[in-house]
Design a protein around this ligand. Structure first.
Ligand code: HSE
Length: 428
């Protein structure tokens, strides 16, 4: 097409997502050119193994093992290798040359986002990573662009499909965590080593990215309080269900009076909360903004074609800027982060206790909550083995510090056999 700027695209990685990106770039070239105002030419795909089996039939001539030479010939680099190394060095190399970069690498952005954004700005390049959070769901550009004229107060997301699949199956079948995890692994929903998902680390990287964009600052992954779902029992899930709640692993970024809080933990949500309806391996992100009010974004959080859709949105967006010759302001990570300590976070709590069922036991337990300034909203007692009972106590809002000292004092009571669970309650 004459008069249309031509942009050379380098793709690093040809796994589940990379193969779909290559397919879309080759199949939809005419439409993408019309939408972006630039002719996009896929000049090569860097892979480790030239003879590996691919999900999509692609021309052999595109493949190379020389990633650095490919990067040096490109206007736009799409990094879909994952991991910190060598992906970080490749992205830095591209940005230093002034090439724009699109990546789905949440671990890298959560660890090095500020440095890479600064490198992009210093070299007049763009860095985009929509695919890093919640797969196909457009969430980073809505936060960074559509809501740029508003004040976001809280972002609360189900951003890990594996854990949502597990918790949803526990909720609907009553099965135990280990059994559902084994089933999820057999179905291919969970990795052979599920630690990053069930330990909450994948969600924590996404929480760091959401917090950074929502509050125009830099929050790193190691500043996110992270608790996974491995301790959630079938009894927790069924008791929550009986009380009108569902347990979800939530990634939360919140502007509190004490500063920004970024946290990941399993929490109870009322069954009529919009996030409670997110079933199976789907993701959703609930955003609260001063002027917009409540918004919810829902869709596939992983998978080849869905995640490739997010990558391609970034490709077209980057190409539009390059085609127009405009220069964008640097990413809005302007503010020095003021982070709250986790102990300063206030929520409601749901505390499970195995107790010796003796006269005066309830009064003693209630007084421990009162002494630590944590107000009880509701209490439920069910008989367990002879002479013992299971208590579930729902509290009004209190600080993590107050809750923590309450739990220590409860553990010291001789009427309390054990504190069986401590979960947060989120949503209104
Ligand atoms: N393992 C993630 C999930 C997808 O289960 O949602 C990639 O972040």
């Amino acid at each position: 097409m004459s008069g249309v700027k031509s942009l050379k695209i380098a793709l690093l990685g040809c796994g589940t997502v990379g193969a779909q990106v290559a397919r879309i770039l080759l199949e939809d070239q005419t439409e993408i050119t019309a939408r972006s105002g630039a002719q996009l030419e896929l000049i090569g795909i860097a892979v480790r193994n030239l003879s590996a089996q691919r999900d999509v039939q692609l021309p052999d001539g595109l493949f190379t093992t020389d990633a650095e030479a490919l990067i040096d010939a490109a206007d736009v680099v799409i990094e879909l290798l994952g991991g910190l190394d060598p992906a970080g060095a490749y992205i830095a190399r591209a940005l230093e040359r002034g090439a724009s970069v699109i990546t789905g690498n949440k671990a890298l952005i959560a660890a090095e986002g500020a440095t890479l954004n600064a490198l992009a700005a210093a070299n007049g390049a763009q860095l985009r990573y929509e695919a890093a959070v919640a797969g196909a769901i457009p969430i980073l550009r809505p936060i960074a662009d559509s809501l740029a004229g508003d004040h976001i107060t809280k972002v609360m997301g189900i951003v890990n499909g594996t854990t949502n699949f597990i918790l949803d199956a526990m909720d609907s079948t009553g099965a135990a965590f280990d059994d559902v995890l084994a089933e999820a692994q057999a179905l291919g929903y969970a990795e052979a080593d599920p630690t990053a998902d069930v330990g909450g680390h994948d969600a924590a990287a996404k929480a760091a990215i959401l917090a950074s964009l929502a509050f125009h600052t830099t929050v790193n992954m190691d500043q996110v309080h992270c608790q996974g779902i491995t301790e959630i029992t079938a009894a927790d899930v069924s008791e929550a269900r009986k009380t009108g709640y569902v347990i979800k692993l939530l990634a939360i970024a919140e502007q509190t009076e004490a500063g920004i809080s970024a946290r990941v933990y399993p929490a109870l949500l009322k069954r009529d909360h919009p996030l409670a309806s997110v079933r199976g391996a789907f993701n959703a992100v609930f955003v609260e903004a001063e002027n917009a009010g409540d918004l919810m974004f829902y869709g596939a959080g992983a998978g080849g074609a869905p995640t490739a859709s997010a990558v391609m949105g970034d490709v077209v967006s980057v190409a539009r800027v390059l085609a127009s010759g405009a220069s964008l302001p640097a990413a809005s990570q302007l503010r020095e982060p003021v982070l709250s300590e986790f102990t300063e976070v206030t929520t409601r709590y749901w505390v499970g206790l195995a107790v010796n069922d003796q006269p005066g036991m309830l009064a003693r337990i209630a007084s421990v909550f009162a002494e630590h300034g944590v107000s009880i909203e509701a209490m439920n007692q069910s008989a367990a083995e002879s002479g013992t009972a299971q208590l579930r106590i729902l509290t009004h809002e209190g600080s993590e510090a107050a809750l923590s000292s309450t739990v220590s004092a409860l553990e010291a009571l001789d009427t309390v056999a054990s504190v069986t669970s401590v979960l947060r309650v989120e949503g209104n």
